[in-house]
Design a protein around this ligand. Structure first.
Ligand SMILES: Cc1cc2nc3c(=O)[nH]c(=O)nc-3n(C[C@H](O)[C@H](O)[C@H](O)COP(=O)(O)OP(=O)(O)OC[C@H]3O[C@@H](n4cnc5c(N)ncnc54)[C@H](O)[C@@H]3O)c2cc1C
Length: 375
């Protein structure tokens, strides 16, 4: 008989893992404390940026290239459009480390791109207000993903392939017992050969070894109304990530034909308890968003018309935790994607499936070793 496998948490990484395992005929069961595609953790907010030129480190580029193939596979199987490659701008001072890192990953991995000086950028991207020191890279292999549709599509396909999903089913504990893993939910005990814990910020509750390592952080998304929507369509307004002296922010074109998303990165402190995500937004946050739009854009009404609150799990070095929690353990963790994991979701599903079925992965994920923080 084949292995019985459980996936705890069917958000971003869990849904893709369930899909990948079910594709290979594995007897797999998924548990999700909320509904599938819910917006209470790291999914939600209409779009996610897909960038190939990567400031977080060039080691991500091969992973991103494979991920892109898998996004296309998920699109083909589901019939849904999930990834739109409309190009992505990096806007920063030309002499900054961030700008140099992005350029390095572009040259090292021959990513299709163009670099513009300010004169050219002003003509091509009139929606942005540039300063004299800025320079612009257009990564032509970037774009945006549809997060809710992606998660629901992966779970739907997994169920079609025979996976079982327990919705609204919170797992209370996970324990290795000899060769098996016991998980408890609502007083019931389930036993599996392998358990993948893709529980986002809740990993700190389920796996005590990561309690001090995983930090939930709140991320607020905001949307604004442009004066003329024609300038903010996907063909003329690439996704962008911009760093200025005071703010780090990113955005996407209009998807609903009424507003554009522009969101601030890293304005929130970590908080201890993932069950206590604060949905109330301090007014200063709204004023910061307004200042960003006034200072860095033309033709957008500076008051946000829609705001939404989400969270992601961060690690100290902002690389994820991926792999067996100990050498011989039958528990595999996938967490800590630190605000940049969505684009990697299908390759993370592939990696988890490889670890379960072959006990190793063909992909280089040394920088995500879950034991690297152990003293
Ligand atoms: C607002 C925002 C914007 C972002 N923008 C980008 C971007 O542009 N590009 C990009 O690549 N990345 C982006 N990210 C990061 C990316 O979305 C996350 O890194 C990724 O979604 C994390 O996935 P996850 O599977 O670890 O967590 P989640 O998707 O949160 O999944 C965890 C799941 O586990 C479930 N769960 C937890 N505990 C239990 C339990 N005990 N029992 C059962 N179920 C449980 C939760 O309910 C949840 O569904 C962004 C993140 C946020 C929040």
């Amino acid at each position: 008989m084949g292995k019985r496998v459980a996936v705890v948490g069917l958000g971003t990484m869990g849904s893709m893992t369930l899909w990948k395992l079910s594709q290979q005929g594995v007897d797999v069961t998924g548990f999700e404390q909320f509904g599938v595609g819910h917006d209470r953790s790291a999914v939600g907010g209409e779009s996610r940026l897909f960038r190939t030129a990567y400031r977080e480190g060039p080691e991500y580029v091969p992973l991103l290239k494979r991920s892109r193939e898998l996004w296309r596979e998920l699109e083909k199987e589901s019939g849904n459009q999930l990834l739109t490659l409309n190009g992505g701008l990096t806007i920063d001072r030309a002499n900054s480390d961030n700008f140099k890192n992005v350029l390095k990953s572009i040259y090292d991995y021959q990513i299709n791109h163009e670099v513009f000086d300010i004169k050219e950028a002003v003509k091509l991207f009139p929606q942005h207000k540039f300063s004299e020191e800025d320079a612009v890279i257009l990564d032509k292999e970037s774009g945006f993903l549809r997060p809710e549709l992606a998660v629901v599509s992966a779970c739907y396909l997994a169920e079609k392939n025979g996976a079982e999903i327990y919705r609204h089913s919170k797992i209370d504990s996970i324990n290795q017992k000899d060769e098996k893993v016991e998980i408890k939910s609502d007083g019931k005990v389930h036993e599996f050969d392998e358990v993948i814990v893709s529980a986002g910020s809740w990993v700190k509750e389920l796996l005590p070894e990561f309690k001090e390592i995983i930090e939930p952080r709140r991320i607020i998304m905001s949307w604004f109304i442009p004066e003329d929507l024609a300038g903010f369509q996907k063909d003329v307004f690439p996704v962008f990530a911009r760093t200025t002296e005071k703010y780090d922010f990113f955005g996407a074109p209009t998807l609903d034909q009424s507003m554009v998303k522009i969101a601030l990165v890293g304005s929130d402190e970590p908080f201890a308890n993932p069950n206590k995500l604060e949905h109330n937004i301090p007014y200063q946050e709204v004023l910061n968003q307004t200042e960003i739009v006034k200072s860095f854009f033309h033709g957008i009404n500076p008051d946000p018309v829609r705001l939404s609150v989400h969270m992601d799990a961060y690690t100290p070095d902002e690389h994820a935790l991926v792999g067996r929690i100990e050498d011989k353990s039958n528990i595999i963790v996938l967490s800590g994607y630190s605000g940049h994991g969505f684009k990697l979701a299908p390759i993370m599903g592939e990696i988890a499936a490889e670890i379960v079925l072959q006990d190793q992965t063909q992909h280089d994920i040394n920088h995500m070793n879950p034991n690297r923080f152990k003293k």
